[in-house]
Design a binder for this molecule. Sequence first.
Ligand code: SF4
Length: 108
Amino acid sequence: MTKSQKRMQRERDTVRLMIGIFCRGRHGGRTLCASCAQLAGYAMQRIDRCPFQAAKPTCAKCAVHCYRPAMREAVREVMRYAGPRMALRHPILAFLHLLDGFVKPRKN
Ligand code: SF4
């Protein structure tokens, strides 16, 4: 796996984990509920089609904002809830995600 593929895989893993933390905390199930599964699928699709790929910033700091407004609001809610919890449960991924926020976006 190339460095670029690793970065994108880490991005997918981080988003999936955060949606999982949010869904367990807010919706109570062991597996993703239908709306969180839909959000996760949508986020994976956005990441796959991201014009920046390995040079992508975090979506929160992106100037393009390719999410549909409703999905953008939904993912914001996830980040607000799961962000602080990620730091406790997955500190390395949370730290790397924080660093990704400083990436200078560059289209592929
Ligand atoms: S919001 Fe920006 S960084 Fe996130 S997937 Fe869309 S284009 Fe890429």
